[in-house]
Design a protein around this ligand. Structure first.
Ligand code: UT7
Length: 331
C-alpha cells in the first residue's frame, strides 16, 4: 500500500471591501506613501468595517468560497481549524462558530494561535490527522481582523497590518502529492518584541489598561525584522538541502507577507528568481494568519499539479518554520 500524504485539494478567500490606502494613512498619522512603499512594499490593505463583525465573518466567507468553487459538501468535513490571533471572543472558539455557520455539522472544530505562523502550524496539524488515517477532510482557515487590535495613532504598526481570510482543504493523496516535509520552530525569547500587554491572564482588562492603550499590538519592528530575515531564510534553505532540492526544483516560494524586504531576503537565500515568489503584500499588507492561504487563492490559476512549493513564515512568540509541499491539482 502506498503511503498516504496530505494534499491541498481546494482553496478559497475573502477580503473586506474597504481599501485603506497609504494616502489615507497620511491623513491621520505621520507617515507617507514613499516611506511605506520603500520600507515595506505595502500600498494598501483591507479593513473590515461594520458593527459586530469579527474574524468569523471573514473565515465563513473564505470557507464558503472554497466550498462553492470545489463543490464540496460541508457535511463531509471532519475538522475545521481556524488559525487566528484575533478570535471573535475569548474562550468561545471562532472555529466552532464558523463550522456551524458553513454547515459542517459533522465536524469538530478549534482555534490555533501561533501569531503569523498560525496557518503554517495549522497545515502541519491538518497533515498529521490525514497521514494518520484518522480524518479525510480537514479545513484550515487563516483569518485575522488585525484592525481590531491596532492603534491607528501608532505609525510603527498601523501601516503594516490588514484584515482578510483564506482557506485550504486537506485530503488524503496516494500519488505522493501534498505535504512532504516541515521544519517548525519556536523561541520564547520573542515574547517581549511582538505582543499585546493586557487582556490576557497576566494583566486582565481594566480602566487603566484601556487608558494606557495596552490592548493594542506593540512591536519592536527592527528586532522582529532581524529575527524574521535570518530565521525565515534559514528554515527555507533547510527544506531544500534536507530534501536534496536545487533552486531549479522549486516552482514557488510562498512566504509570509510581513515586509517585502523580508520576502526578498528569503528568496535570495533560497536562490529563486522573483517570478517564482508569491507576493500580494502590496494589496493586503500583513494579514497575519491569512497571508499564506490568500497567496494560494490569488495564485491558484498559475499553480500546476506537481509544482513544488516552499512555504515559510515568521511571527510573534517567536514562531516560525517552513513546509515543503507538492501541489495536487490543475485548476
Ligand atoms: O508578521 C509578524 C512579524 N513582523 C514583521 O516581520 C515585521 C518586521 N519589521 C518590519 O517590517 C520593519 O521593522 C518596520 C516596517 C516595522 C519598520 O521598518 P524599519 O526599516 O525597521 O524602520 P525603523 O523602525 O528602523 O525606523 C526607521 C526610521 C525612523 O526614523 P529615524 O529615527 O531614522 O529618523 C522612524 O522614526 O523611519 C521612521 N519611521 C517612519 N517614518 C514614516 C518609522 N515608522 C515610520 C512610518 N512612516 N510609518
Amino acid at each position: 500500500m502506498s503511503k498516504i500524504t496530505a494534499a491541498i485539494t481546494a482553496v478559497g478567500k475573502y477580503v473586506p471591501e474597504y481599501v485603506l490606502t497609504n494616502k489615507e494613512l497620511e491623513t491621520f498619522v505621520d507617515t507617507n506613501d514613499e516611506w511605506i512603499t520603500t520600507r515595506t512594499g505595502i500600498k494598501e490593505r483591507r479593513i473590515l468595517k461594520g458593527e459586530g463583525l469579527g474574524t468569523s465573518f471573514m473565515a465563513i466567507k473564505a470557507a464558503q468560497d472554497l466550498l462553492h468553487k470545489s463543490n464540496t459538501n460541508p457535511e463531509e468535513i471532519d475538522l475545521v481549524i481556524v488559525a487566528t490571533a484575533t478570535p471573535d471572543l475569548m474562550v468561545a472558539s471562532t472555529a466552532v462558530y464558523t463550522a456551524t455557520e458553513i454547515g459542517a455539522i459533522n465536524a469538530f472544530a478549534y482555534d490555533l494561535q501561533a501569531a503569523c505562523s498560525s496557518f503554517l502550524y495549522g497545515m502541519s496539524t491538518a497533515a498529521s490527522y490525514i497521514e494518520s488515517g484518522r480524518y479525510k477532510k480537514v479545513l484550515v482557515i487563516g483569518a485575522d481582523k488585525m484592525s481590531s487590535i491596532i492603534d491607528y495613532t501608532d505609525r510603527a504598526t498601523c501601516i503594516i497590518f490588514g484584515d482578510g481570510a483564506g482557506a485550504a482543504l486537506f485530503e488524503p493523496n496516494s500519488e505522493g502529492f501534498g505535504l512532504k516535509d516541515e521544519y517548525l520552530r519556536s523561541d520564547g525569547i520573542g515574547r517581549e518584541f511582538l505582543k499585546i500587554d493586557a487582556g490576557g491572564s497576566i494583566l486582565p482588562p481594566s480602566l487603566e489598561t484601556v487608558k494606557n492603550g495596552q490592548h493594542f499590538v506593540h512591536q519592536e519592528g527592527k528586532t522582529v525584522f532581524k529575527y524574521a530575515v535570518s530565521n525565515m531564510a534559514e528554515v527555507s534553505e533547510k527544506m531544500l538541502t534536507r530534501n536534496n532540492l536545487t533552486k531549479e526544483d522549486i516552482q514557488w516560494l510562498v512566504p509570509h507577507q510581513a515586509n517585502k524586504r523580508i520576502i526578498e531576503a528569503t528568496a535570495n537565500r533560497v536562490g529563486v528568481e522573483p517570478e517564482k515568489v508569491m507576493v500580494n503584500i502590496h494589496k493586503y499588507g500583513n494579514t497575519t494568519s491569512a497571508t499564506l492561504p490568500l497567496l494560494l487563492a490569488d495564485y491558484e490559476n498559475q499553480l500546476k499539479k506537481g509544482d513544488n512549493l516552499i512555504f515559510a513564515a515568521f511571527g510573534g512568540g517567536f514562531t516560525w518554520g517552513a513546509i515543503y509541499l507538492t501541489w495536487a491539482y490543475n485548476s
